[in-house]
Design a protein around this ligand. Structure first.
Ligand SMILES: COC(=O)C(/C=C/C1=C(C)CCCC1(C)C)=C/O[C@H]1C=C(C)C(=O)O1
Ligand code: AKG
Ligand code: FE2
Length: 365
């Protein structure tokens, strides 16, 4: 029997937003214009406590005295439970390295289009330069250019996609990712301790963790009220580390108590968020909070994002410590490799991807 033909994904023409911006269009192409219900709120003056994402001082966890450690563990646990997001200061990553990755990422995005297109993100895939998560011709597009690479383990790498220019880009990604990896393992230890678990529980459970990096570049947009920089989504990782480049406008917004809360960047801090894996493991005690990015009328914005997740072989489900009569099991067990595949083959749509693992509760009414 002849093989069943696989129909290629038809995504239509995807405008490169940086090139589009150069033409300064008076009207935004329809594929970027969001339906009314999706359009962003750009200036929401918020009053405390909604306006202040928690700040965690990493040095109090790593080298504080016992009292400082306990207080910061408590702050971390509260941040994870109430926000799913926090900013880390004094993270012990060399600030020269932080600055280098930022400068080199910017230099990459400023290269001529033909140079960047030497590393194309093929439709339906997530590595290289382009727009990920586009699967149909009628899907709205984000006001964003992305460049993504698999980092660890090495089998997730596609060496053809590691840029030769700018010089030192690839080696800096390597060094930076090594440092962020250490930070992720450390944060997972403190998150475990804050949950009353053994410090090494996640490291042992995750095997050789999968790690990827994505640089997001958001050019200015003449009508930021009509477009989204990045569609609402939760991250398919265990933890995500987000570096917001210096001098950029506020762009990240998180959905808290049904309100989109803008995140004020703190110089040299890293934004950390709980991903879908930790939501499942804690049976929803810690949630992977929906977030999005908005564009700015005059300023561009760059973010450098690391996704840190369990090995593809790992089977996951709520840990027994978080399941009881009051908190019945909300997620089924699944293989993380399958979840990963599911995540990267679906468009970003709020928290919908996690339906993959949700146990549907019967409506008894
Ligand atoms: C554009 O890419 C992503 O947004 C993304 C992809 C990450 C990945 C790579 C670039 C190559 C290696 C595999 C992996 C899927 C991790 C987001 O990552 C999230 C989604 C999942 C699932 C995850 O673990 O992190
Ligand atoms: O650019 C941002 O602030 C958000 C990035 C993000 O959420 C992501 O890449 O998953
Ligand atoms: Fe995200």
């Amino acid at each position: 029997m002849p093989p069943v033909p696989i129909s290629p994904i038809k995504v239509g023409h995807i405008d490169d937003v940086q090139e589009l911006r150069k033409t300064k269009p008076r009207t935004i192409p329809q594929r970027f214009v969001r339906d009314m219900t999706e359009r962003p709120t750009l200036t929401t003056p918020l009053s405390p406590p909604h306006n202040h994402m928690p700040v965690i001082d990493f040095s109090k966890l790593s080298k504080g005295n016992k009292e400082e450690l306990l207080t910061e563990l408590f702050n971390l646990a509260t941040a994870c439970e109430e926000w799913g997001f926090f900013q880390v200061i004094n993270h012990e990553i060399d600030l020269n390295l932080v600055e280098s990755i930022e400068n080199l990422s910017r230099e990459f995005f400023m290269l001529p289009l033909e140079e960047k297109q030497k590393y194309p993100m093929a439709p339906g895939t997530v590595q290289g330069y382009g727009q990920a998560f586009v699967f149909s011709e009628d899907q709205k597009l984000d006001w964003c250019n992305m460049f993504a690479l698999g980092i660890e383990p090495h089998y997730v790498r596609n060496p053809n996609l590691w840029p030769k220019r700018p010089e030192r880009f690839s080696e800096t990604v390597e060094v930076y990712s090594g440092e962020i990896r250490k930070l992720c393992y450390n944060l997972l230890t403190y998150i475990a301790l804050g949950l009353g678990l053994k410090g090494d529980v996640f490291e042992k459970m995750f095997g050789v963790s999968v790690q990827a990096i994505r640089m997001n570049y958001y050019p200015p947009c003449s009508r930021p009220d009509l477009v989204l920089g990045l569609s609402p989504h939760s991250d398919g990782s265990a933890l995500t580390v987000l570096q917001q480049a210096k001098g950029g406008p506020v762009g990240l917004q998180i959905l808290k108590d049904d309100t989109w809360v803008p995140v004020q960047p703190i110089p040299n801090a890293l934004v950390i968020n709980i991903g879908d894996t930790i939501e499942v493991l804690t049976n929803g005690k810690y949630r992977s909070v929906e977030h999005r990015a908005v564009a700015h009328e005059e300023k561009d914005r760059l973010s450098i994002v690391t996704f840190f997740a369990p090995s593809y072989e790992v089977e996951l489900g709520p840990m027994p410590e978080f399941v009881n009569e009051k908190q019945p099991c909300k997620y089924r067990r699944y293989n993380h490799g399958e979840y990963s595949k599911h995540y990267v083959t679906n468009k970003l749509q709020g928290k919908k991807t996690l339906d993959f693992a949700k146990i549907q509760t019967k409506n008894t009414n």
